[in-house]
Design a protein around this ligand. Structure first.
Ligand code: AMP
Length: 509
C-alpha cells in the first residue's frame, strides 16, 4: 500500500475543481452553495482549525446539529490533514466524557448550549472548544468569516486516517473505527460507478451526518460525482415527496420508506422524476420492497455496509434487485461466509458468519489493538458479526447480528426466519424475535409483534399460524403484541432493549 504523503481523499475537490460554479448544496431555506463556495469555505475553516492548534493527525471532535457548516467542518478537517470525529447528537455530557477522553481531540466543536459542559470535559485532555449551532453559526463560523479562503491541502498517505467513527456500542463499550483516506475514497469511487451517479444527479439528503450513511455514503458520493444535494435538517415525509418532483436519488434507512408509504401523496406520478431509491443501515422488509414497487413502479436498491467497512454489497443497478437480499460484493470487495467457530468457508446457501476484505475495510479500533486483532482473520478478512448466507445466484442475505442469534435447547434459531413467517401473517406490521433466559432451554424464543390496531391479532393467533410451519424448537414460547419496536436514530431495531424489557419473563412464570 502506498504510504507516501501524496493522497487526500478530497484533493481533487480542493485542488482540481473543473467547474466552481456548479451547484453543490441547496438548503431548504433557499441557499445555493456552489462547489467553488464549498471549497472556499473549507479553506477558511481549515485556516481556523490550524490557528486553534490542530495539527496533522490530530482529532477534531464534533457534536453539532446537521448544517452545511457542519459538513464544511468535516471537509476542512480532512483538508487540514486532521481526523474527523463526528458524534451522535443524542449523546449526553456523561457519554461525551468517554468519547472525548478516549479520542483526545485537540479541538471539540459543539452546540452553543453545551459549550460550558463540554469545556470541563475538553479541559481534561487539553482540547480547545468552538461552537456551531443548528443555524450553522457559532464561534467557529465567526472566526472562519474572517479567515483567508486560500489553504494548501495537507497531503497524507493512503492508509493515514481521515475519520474515526464510534460504533453504536449496543454491547459493551463503543469502539472508535479508524477509517483511512483510501478506505473512504475507494468506496466513494466504487459507489459513484455502481449507482451511476453523474453531475446531473440531485440527492435528497435527509440523513444525519454523524453516521457512515449520511456522511460518507450520501455526502461523499455526491461530492465525488460533482452532483448536488438538497440538505434537509431532518427527515420530513411531506417535504421529501415534494422534492421528488425535481430530485433524482433518495438514500434512506428503511423507516424512511415505511413512513413514505404511509403518506397518501406517494404515487407513480410523484416519484416519476426520481431515478433511484437506495436503502440501508437496517433490513428493509421484503414486504416494504414489494409495496414500494407496486405503489411507485421503482424497485428499492438495498445495500449493506457498516461503520467499520463502509459499503460491502449492493443490489445491481441494472439486474434484479431482490427483496430481502443485499446484493453482490462491490468491485474489489470480497465477501465470504464461514463457520463462526473454525473460520472455514462454508457451502453456498449455508448460514454462517459474514466476513469481508477489501480497500473499504477499516484500519482497526482506536487504541484497542487486542480487540482489533480478535476481529480479523490472519488472511485479512474482517469478521463482521453479521450472520448470513450467499445464495446460488451470488446474492448476499443478512440474517441478523450474531449476538442476536437465539440458542434454544442447544439449537441455533435465526430470528429472521421466524420474523419472516410472522411478518407474512395478515394484520402483522413487523416483528422482532429475541432470546430470553430460560431455565430449561437456555434461551426461550420470544416474539415481539406490531400489528394493525383492528386486525385482531393475538398471541394465540400468531402461535396457531406458526404451528406446523416451524420446527418445534423454533416456535416462540411467548408472543407479545406491542405498539412499536424500539429503534435507534438509524432505524435499527434495538434488540438489546427488548432483551432487557423481557429479561425475566420465563423466571416470572
Ligand atoms: P452501523 O455500523 O451502525 O452502520 O451498523 C452496521 C450494521 O447494520 C451491519 O453490521 C448490519 O447488521 C446492519 N445493516 C446495515 N445494512 C443492512 C441491510 N441492508 N440489511 C440488514 N442489515 C443491515
Amino acid at each position: 500500500m502506498n504510504q507516501a504523503a501524496n493522497a487526500n481523499l478530497f484533493s481533487r475537490l480542493f485542488d482540481d475543481l473543473d467547474d466552481p460554479n456548479r451547484l453543490a448544496i441547496e438548503t431548504v431555506d433557499g441557499r445555493h452553495i456552489s462547489y467553488g463556495d464549498l471549497v472556499a469555505r473549507a479553506g477558511q475553516m481549515a485556516n481556523v482549525l490550524v490557528s486553534r492548534g490542530v495539527k496533522t493527525g490530530d482529532r477534531v471532535a464534533a457534536q453539532t446539529e446537521k448544517s452545511v457548516s457542519g459538513l464544511v467542518l468535516y471537509l476542512a478537517t480532512v483538508r487540514a490533514g486532521a481526523i474527523y470525529l463526528p458524534l451522535n447528537t443524542a449523546y449526553t455530557l456523561n457519554e461525551l466524557d468517554y468519547f472525548i477522553t478516549d479520542a483526545e481531540p485537540s479541538l471539540v466543536v459543539c452546540d452553543p448550549s453545551k459549550a460550558e459542559g463540554i469545556a470541563t470535559i475538553a479541559a481534561k485532555v487539553g482540547a480547545k472548544v468552538e461552537t456551531l449551532g443548528p443555524d450553522g453559526k457559532g464561534s467557529l463560523t465567526d472566526a472562519a468569516d474572517q479567515a483567508s479562503t486560500a489553504f494548501a491541502t495537507v497531503m497524507r498517505g493512503n492508509d493515514d486516517l481521515a475519520a474515526i467513527l464510534y460504533t453504536s456500542g449496543t454491547t459493551g463499550r463503543s469502539k472508535g473505527a479508524m477509517l483511512s483516506h483510501d478506505n473512504l475514497a475507494s468506496n466513494s469511487r466504487s459507489l459513484v460507478g455502481y449507482w451511476r451517479f453523474t453531475t446531473k444527479d440531485i440527492l435528497i439528503h435527509a440523513l444525519p451526518i454523524y453516521h457512515t450513511h449520511g456522511l460518507f455514503v450520501a455526502s461523499n458520493v455526491t461530492l465525488f460525482a460533482r452532483a448536488s444535494m438538497i440538505f434537509l435538517p431532518k427527515f420530513d415525509p411531506d417535504l421529501v415527496i415534494r422534492l421528488m418532483g425535481r430530485a433524482t436519488v433518495l438514500m434512506g434507512v428503511p423507516t424512511f420508506y415505511t413512513r413514505l408509504l404511509q403518506n397518501p401523496a406517494l404515487s407513480k406520478e410523484t416519484t416519476s422524476h426520481m431515478r433511484l431509491f437506495i436503502s440501508g443501515s437496517a433490513p428493509l422488509l421484503a414486504d416494504t420492497h414489494r409495496e414500494w414497487a407496486a405503489r411507485t413502479g421503482h424497485a428499492v436498491l438495498e445495500r449493506y455496509g457498516m461503520t467499520e467497512t463502509n459499503m460491502n454489497t449492493s443490489n445491481p443497478y441494472d439486474g434484479e434487485r431482490v427483496p430481502g437480499a443485499v446484493g453482490h460484493p462491490l468491485p474489489g470487495v470480497s465477501v465470504r461466509v464461514t463457520d463462526p467457530e473454525t473460520g472455514k468457508e462454508i457451502a453456498r446457501d449455508s448460514i454462517g458468519m459474514i466476513e469481508v476484505r477489501g480497500p473499504n475495510v477499516f484500519k482497526g479500533y482506536w487504541r484497542m489493538p487486542e480487540k482489533t486483532k480478535s476481529e480479523f482473520r490472519d488472511d485479512g478478512f474482517f469478521i463482521t458479526g453479521d450472520l448470513g448466507k450467499i445464495d446460488d445466484k451470488g446474492y448476499v442475505h443478512i440474517l441478523g447480528r450474531g449476538k442476536d442469534l437465539v440458542i434454544s435447547g442447544g439449537f441455533n434459531v435465526y430470528p429472521k426466519e421466524i420474523e419472516s413467517e410472522i411478518d407474512a401473517m395478515p394484520g402483522v406490521l413487523e416483528s422482532a424475535v429475541i432470546g430470553v433466559p430460560h431455565a430449561d432451554f437456555g434461551e426461550g424464543v420470544t416474539a415481539v409483534v406490531v400489528c394493525h390496531p383492528d386486525a385482531g391479532v393475538s398471541e394465540t393467533s400468531i402461535l396457531k399460524g406458526l404451528d406446523g410451519r416451524l420446527a418445534k424448537f423454533k416456535m416462540p414460547k411467548r408472543v407479545f403484541i406491542v405498539d412499536e419496536l424500539p429503534r435507534n436514530t438509524m432505524g435499527k431495531v434495538q434488540k438489546n432493549v427488548l432483551r432487557d424489557m423481557y429479561e425475566d419473563i420465563y423466571a416470572r412464570r
